[in-house]
Design a protein around this ligand. Structure first.
Ligand SMILES: [Zn+2]
Length: 245
């Protein structure tokens, strides 16, 4: 289940968080995660210690990087990637979103964690499956991987052009009846459900997949939304993170 922590003002998956593993999806309360200060502040204010914070450039690719560096810097930004995996402890790995779909991954037995960002481009190219495949290459077991799909624009608000619809139809013929619905004469895409199906079909047990039931565009109080706010001054992005000790 994904629940709201009213003290931390974040959402997190009860499948993932325990004494060793700490993950979550930020809200407007933490501020705009396009700069790193709000992310550092969140961990400092909540007395979560770590050695390194890792952010991603995010270029709507399906590139997945394993983070292995051994320097003493407190911060690293990885270029040209939308997914990160690591075995390293005390290393906060993050992704930013503001309607796109964030996903947090963990294999607790093998101590491998991951975070990815996927909008429609990354989802079309099966980013979620590439994350799982990369973790398995590192020694994770598919049956041990737990996943949390975070705050994403809902089907209610995500209409797509015919051109984009046909791209998805070509790639995901078997899913199209599930992930597309007509509303007011337009085709709407359920991006979170598509990612759920991708994870299920790469072998993740559905009882190990948590997903977020609300829409970033509808929930104006808690989330930034690219579609709703991109032209406004108060537009921002949320961050998704995981770290273990
Ligand atoms: Zn909505």
């Amino acid at each position: 289940m994904i629940i709201y922590d009213s003290a931390l003002k974040i959402f997190y998956s009860t499948l993932i968080n325990d004494d060793l593993f700490f993950s979550g999806f930020s809200t407007k309360s933490q501020g705009d995660a396009r700069s790193i200060e709000p992310i550092f502040r969140f961990f400092k204010e909540n007395n979560v210690e770590f050695k390194k914070l890792v952010t991603l450039e995010q270029i709507h690719s399906v590139n997945v990087e394993e983070y292995t560096a051994m320097d003493n810097e407190s911060f690293t930004k990885i270029e040209e990637t939308d997914g990160i995996v690591t075995r390293k402890s005390n290393t906060v790995i993050t992704a930013r979103t503001g309607d796109c779909c964030p996903i947090i991954f963990v294999d607790k037995e093998n101590k491998i964690i991951g975070v990815s960002h996927q909008g429609w481009r990354g989802s079309l190219k099966r980013m979620a499956q590439k994350m799982v495949e990369r973790m398995v290459k590192m020694g994770a077991k598919v049956e041990s991987i737990k996943v949390a799909i975070g705050p994403t624009i809902g089907e209610c608000c995500y209409d797509v052009s015919d051109d984009r619809y046909y791209q998805f139809l070509e790639e995901f013929n078997g899913y199209s009846e599930k992930i597309f619905h007509f509303r007011n004469g337009k085709r709407h895409l359920n991006l979170a459900l598509l990612n759920y199906l991708l994870l299920r079909d790469v072998g993740i047990d559905i009882k190990n997949i948590d997903h977020f039931p609300f829409c970033t565009k509808c929930d104006t109080k808690r989330f930034f939304s690219f579609r709703r706010d991109r032209k406004k001054e108060d537009y921002g992005e949320m961050f998704s993170f995981i770290v273990y000790s």
